[in-house]
Design a protein around this ligand. Structure first.
Ligand code: BGC
Length: 416
């Protein structure tokens, strides 16, 4: 074959391939654990099937702090990715910078306004325009337990905070690690948030972490929440510092530890190991928070792009995220529930089914609260201030709960 012939053959072959002019989407996220990666791969596959190129921009680090730092650097140098996992009130901050593009045509065509719960669609819009697409709904207030370990220790799955500490004592006495925890600020913050929700209840939780009400932040219940955190510290091993959340999940899975306090992305690890919900492991609403649902919605915000084909790839990505096929496969692997309320849940496991039921009933009453530790309740500055106080408290055995509550209010005030 001479060169001309080869060229002609290549051109005619290309014309047979659908979407030969696919674009590229670079997607920033922090879904890097085994289970999370399986979920992210679903999106990559669906985008690639549409003829586009997926450029993975994964920045390891649970909770996403490292990813956000990298994103800021990239955005400042005028080189933002097509899509980035940006959540909650932070979407508004990025919108204000004028860097996000609008997805209104995709949203109108696919009727996002009708598909999504009102609070969710409002959070995805900046100045009335859709600039982000929601991926899922995670629940933060969960306790994960290994039933075999519980049985061996003669412990009972806890329904209240008192029962939680009783179970922890039993596990400890039987030689197990009661609580698998990773000492990282966002994990300390996640545990503290669950304790605060149990002790303050959803209304005061909202007053504290959404309204940033000084009286509630320094009140008796907040002091009690810090005291509970201090007590809980006694059931965490000495090697917790720096441990990743998925390593902690593995410790519960392999029978070393009895429990983990974590949002339901922890389920992604259990699913990836082919463990069965309700059988090999149990998910319990965090003791004392039954009826409440601390939500954490993952979402992809879209940046302005210059090339038409990349814009098209970006739109196809956004549309795909809210389609039922993606919602099912992704969420089954990610541990979350679909963000579409009309999704058929029959193929989901018992934890996801319970989560969906609890989400809907919490939404009807006062029980639905935004997670502070996962960027839903307040800005990343407030979140960072809370993490600092909580982590310092957690790592200082002599710290005083009353002082910590005062410090909490002061730290929040300082960043407002
Ligand atoms: C994110 C989840 C992620 C988890 C652990 C959360 O803040 O919303 O998608 O799985 O952090 O990294």
């Amino acid at each position: 074959m001479n060169t001309i012939h080869r060229l002609v053959t290549a051109v005619s072959l290309a014309s047979l391939v659908p979407f030969a002019h696919g674009g590229e989407v670079e997607v920033l996220h922090w879904w890097t654990s085994g289970g999370e990666k399986r979920a992210a791969d679903t999106l990559q596959r669906l985008v690639e099937e549409q003829g586009h190129t997926w450029k993975d921009f994964a920045v390891a680090g649970g909770g996403g702090e490292a990813a956000m730092t990298v994103l800021k650097t990239r955005a400042v140098s005028g080189n933002a990715p097509a899509a980035a996992q940006i959540k909650g009130p932070d979407i508004q901050e990025w919108g204000e910078l004028g860097l996000l593009t609008d997805l209104n045509d995709v949203a109108e065509e696919a009727k996002w306004d009708e598909l999504l719960p009102k609070q969710v669609s409002a959070a995805m819009k900046y100045d009335g325009d859709y600039v982000a697409v929601p991926v899922n709904v995670h629940r933060v207030n969960w306790l994960w337990i290994n039933p075999d370990v519980f049985e061996k220790a003669g412990a009972k799955p806890p329904q209240s905070l008192d029962e939680f500490f009783t179970a922890a004592d039993k596990l400890k006495a039987a030689g197990f690690m009661p609580l698998a925890h990773g000492g990282q600020p966002w994990q300390d913050g996640t545990v503290f948030e669950d304790l605060a929700l149990a002790i303050l209840g959803p209304e005061d939780f909202r007053k504290a972490f959404v309204d940033l009400d000084r009286d509630v932040l320094t009140g008796e219940k907040m002091v009690e929440a810090f005291a509970a955190l201090k007590k809980l510290r006694g059931y965490v091993d000495n090697n917790a510092a720096g441990r990743d959340w998925n390593s902690a999940t593995a410790m519960v899975m392999n029978g070393k530890a009895g429990m983990q306090i974590m949002g339901d992305w922890a389920k992604s690890e259990w699913s990836a190991a082919n463990k069965i919900a309700g059988d090999d492991y149990q998910c319990l609403p965090f003791p004392g928070t039954q009826g409440s649902f601390a939500y954490n919605i993952d979402s992809l915000a879209m940046f302005k792009l210059s090339k038409d084909e990349d814009r098209q790839a970006q739109k196809d990505l956004a549309r795909t995220v809210l389609e039922p096929e993606f919602q099912q496969f992704f969420n089954q692997n990610k541990g979350s529930i679909p963000v579409r309320l009309d999704q058929d849940m029959t193929e989901f496991d018992v934890c996801a089914q319970q989560s969906m039921e609890d989400f809907k009933s919490a939404a009807q009453g006062a029980g639905l609260v935004p997670s502070l530790a996962h960027g839903m309740a307040a800005s990343s500055y407030v979140q960072g201030a809370v993490f600092d106080v909580v982590t310092n408290f957690f790592n200082d055995p002599s710290a005083d709960p009353k002082k910590a509550a005062q410090q909490l209010a002061a730290a929040i005030q300082a960043v407002q």
